[in-house]
Each structure stands twice: as C-alpha cells, then as structure tokens.
Design a protein around this ligand. Sequence first.
Ligand code: ADP
Ligand code: ASP
Ligand code: MG
Length: 594
Amino acid sequence: MGIIVQKFGGTSVANAEKIRVAARRAIRAQQNGNQVVMVVSAMGHQTDHLVDLAKQITDDPAGREMDMLLSTGEQVSVALMAMAIHSLGAEAVSLTGAQIGIRTDSSHTKARIQSISTDRMKKLLDDGKIVIAAGFQGIDEDFNITTLGRGGSDTTAVALAAVLHADACEIYTDVDGVFTTDPRLVAEARKLDRVSHDEILELASLGAGVMHSRSIEFGKKFNVPIHVRNSQSFSDEPGTVIGSESESADRAVSGAALTKNEAQITIAGVPDQPGVSYAVFSKLAAVNVAVDMIVQNAGADGTADISFTVLEDDLPKALAASKKAADELRAQSVLHDASLSKVSIVGLGMATQTGVADRMFRALADEGINLEAITTSEIKVSALVKRDQALAALRAVHNEFELDLPPQDRVKFGEAASAAGRRTADAVDIVSRLQRMEDLAIESVSLDESQAEMTLFDVPDRPGISARIFEAIASENILVDMIVQSIGRDGLADISFTVPRKSVADARRVLTNLSKELGGEVRDVPAVAILTVKGIGIRSHTGVGLRMFKALAEAKINVDLVSTSEIRVNVVVGADKGAAGLAALKNAFADVLG
Ligand code: ADP
Ligand code: ASP
Ligand code: MG
C-alpha cells in the first residue's frame, strides 16, 4: 500500500461545498488502496484577513503573536475537513503542526522546518484514518507556534511527503498546473506537462506564485515527485509533474515570470576595493532584507557604484541600512527608484545556447521598453523595467519565445541543448549531511578559469541598446555567460558580460564596431576567474552571498561581477585571485560541504 499526500490550497477549501469536494477526493484515493495524508490551507482569504486584523491593532506586531494568530486559519479548515470526511462515512483525524511534531526554528513568520516525527501519522494511517495536517505551521523548541511564511502549506505538504516516503505529493490548486507564466496575467499562458525542479525553483523565486519555492527545495533534496493539479477538475486530468525532467530538451525557455513590486537602490561613488560588498550587504542582512540583482560597476576614477534590488516593502529598512553603509564607506550618495518590476525568463536549455538573451532584449526593445538593469544566471535572464511597462514586458517575452505553443511546434533556435534536459537532481547525497531538514545544502565550490570579461562603458541608456549588442555578439556565435547591465545614471549605462577566453578577440571587434555607432568605451579583461558556490535553495538562504563576500573580503579579493540564482552564486574575480578565492570559499563553507 502506498502513501499519497494531497494538499489543498485556500481557494480549494474556500467554502463547505469545496471542502466536501476535497474530502471526496481523499476518500477516493483511500478507496483505491492508498494511505492518505491531506495538508490543508486556511479557507479562501482567511490568512489575508488575519494579517489585516493585526494591522488594525498595530504596525509592528510581535512575530510570536502573529504566528499564534495566523495558525488559527489552518486549524479551522482541518477541523471542518475532518467533519466533512466523517459525514461521508470515512475515518479521519485532524492534527495541528505541533500535534504532528513539525519542529521548526524560532524565526517567527518565516520559520524553517528542522524535523518531522512520523510516528503518530503512521499509526493513524495504519488504523485506517485519513490524516489531515494543518499546513504552514510548526512548533519550536519552546513549544511556540511558528509559521513557515506565506504560501507555506506547499512546503508542509512536500516535507511530509519526504519524511513519509510518499509515492506522490499532489498539490491541488485553482489552476490546471504550472503554466508558462501566470495565466491571470497572460491569457495565452500554457500548462506545462513537466517542469524540472531547477526551473520551477527559479520561476517560483522570480514571481511565479503557484508554488512556495521552499517546497521545491524539499522536492529536489528528497526526490519527491510533485504533481500540481486543479482541485475543481472532475475528470482527473493530469496537471504538471515537477521532477528531474524539463518539458523538452531543445527549448531554450520554459517559462516567464514577473515580480511586480521591486525597488532599486544605488550606492554611488564607493571606493573600489575589497570588502565593500560585504560592508553593504552585511548591513542589509542585519535588518533581514534579502537583496537581488546585484550590479557593481567600477568607474574610471577608482570609485564604483553598487546597485541592487529589494522588494518594495523592504525599501524603508533597506534605505536606512544602505545610508549607514554609505556613510561608513564615505560613498557619494544613495539613490533609489521604487517603481520598478522584474521580468525574467527561465529555461534549462538556455545554458548551452547562444541567442536567447538578445531575443528577450529585442522583444522588449520593440515594445519601446527600456531595461533599467540586467542580470543573468545559467538558466535565467532577468531585466528590470518600469512598473507601468511590466505587463507589456511579460507578454512580449512570452510571445517572443512562443511559450503558448507546445514544444514540438516551436521554432528551434541556436544549438540544441542536448544535455540540459537530462540533467537530474544529483542532490540526493547532500541530504545525508544535513542536520536539519531545511539546512542550507551546498553541493560544491568551484573555480572556472575559462572565461574573459568584456565591458562596454557609457552607452546610452535607452531601449534597444542591449538588443543591439547581444544580437551582434550572437551573430558571431559567441557564447555569452553572465550578463550584467548597470542601472543607468546620467543617461548612460555600462554593460559587462563574460565570454570564453578564446572569443575575446571576436567580442572585442564586435564591441569596438558598435561603440563607433553607439558611443561608449570598450574594455576587456582577457582572463578572469569565476568562483561558484552551488547548492539548493541558495537564494532562500540569504546568508550564502554574504558568506562569500565576507570570505573574499578577508582574503582581500575584489569582486567584479556577481550573479545569483536559486542553485548557485557566481562571482567574477581577477584571474590571479582564482586559486586563493577558491581556497577562501572552501574554508568558508567547510561546515556545510561535509
Ligand atoms: P493555493 O491557494 O492553491 O496555494 P495560490 O494562489 O498560492 O493557490 O497559487 C495559485 C495561483 O498562482 C494561480 O491562481 C495563478 O494565478 C498563480 N500563478 C502565478 N504564476 C503561475 C504559473 N506560472 N503557473 C500557474 N499559476 C501561476
Ligand atoms: N494560509 C497560508 C497563506 O495564505 C499558507 C498557504 O495557504 O499556503 O499564506
Ligand atoms: Mg499557494
């Protein structure tokens, strides 16, 4: 007999009738010979309602009391679900996170799961009961109730499936599965049959709200098969399988996502020397602000600008911390823009293709959309745009990559990524090293000495410039790895990227020709070193970048470019600093490298 975990989101238990529909589904699964664990969210918008109530009392509620409050939403729905199952003639028991024994740390409102005991659930299952677990909650060492962060019931579900060695984890929601982008924003969005852990991890952290990204970390670490489906579909239609495979190996892009409320901060005119990034980001970490899209560019005068994005909600805290850092570093000024959004494309296939980023830039340029900043990682390209153009930007990229069409109809472009789709979750061995379930899982620290860095300084900051540059580079078949475009200042921006060392002469020629027309100044560093820390959930554990910056600062190594994704952080440093940087990072992560 197998174990199935079925999770029902808020809209899927929004009223009595929907609760009954969910109850019948669980009973059916049990009648088919399975042991069934249900994970249930709070009804409808109940959690939002509770958050709102708290706001009416105070601007600054204590985290502990917030969790006490928020956990009640799920307690209501598990009880009702058990009653529904009883009334349909089956046996069920509802349990809170504490009653199950979901142990978390004490970081209220965003607690991480440390361990889950299975005894009580197993005994109930063996007695023929359907176990109904309250999603999104746990208990810390001192028996305080904790919650896992908004959307955290997905994480409860996948974590339970992992510890119970369930045969399947079914996520029932209000859409048919994972789509190429949010179907509420782009009507042409298409349901994916399959999506890899890495892609959905990236999509989820870049704004695809369909799954809590930490649930995918569990899925990948513990190899849990996840099936996202529509709770209202009576025909048992298949949804989306999240696993080690991508939908198609030869498609560059699998999905697109939008993070609407981004704000960007620039600390201008900081001395360009080792330790500066650490000084800035440690201040932000100290006030619990997660930073994204980090762009640094060194000016000619020995100073640099450091820019990064934060969620708009965090802007006041982030600005205060940035000003403190700027004062200490004697930087010239702190600038910010709160009206931005981030549009991203994600796909395993793009790691091995040329001509992906430039197509995105061209599609946006054709809509007259300026790119305020660009960062990439091996499986994603993100661009910062003005918020009033965000939706148009998302639609333009969705259309450009023909995400509405099933893969076989898609025009093939660039080299086929033969190996990309076969990449599997090679993470299983990491698990044995983890003390607690959600601990940071680092796979490796590595050094790449094959790359060079190209920069075009002071190009006009207007639509179409990046498109021109990367089209010209792609037409020479030069494989571009990291791309970083600075936030424009005084109408000018800098664009840096890495290419294989053997392509430097070609890239230099292309940029020099372009600079005649666009203006700007070309610089190349024919050899750089790229240091990479790879693992699972790198961005949700915000300390990874910080630990890298700290280690490199202590080793007096200057960081030139940075790119982050869910699965790795890359930093570019001088070629002569590669070996020392590698040693410093290995040392810094020794405790988690095993
Ligand atoms: P639940 O309450 O079931 O957890 P959520 O509201 O958290 O449901 O997630 C489902 C919603 O996620 C959908 O209604 C959809 O609008 C949104 N969404 C965002 N991006 C995507 C995507 N790429 N695929 C599917 N749904 C998405
Ligand atoms: N009820 C919680 C929320 O709304 C958890 C969840 O639904 O996943 O965030
Ligand atoms: Mg959800």
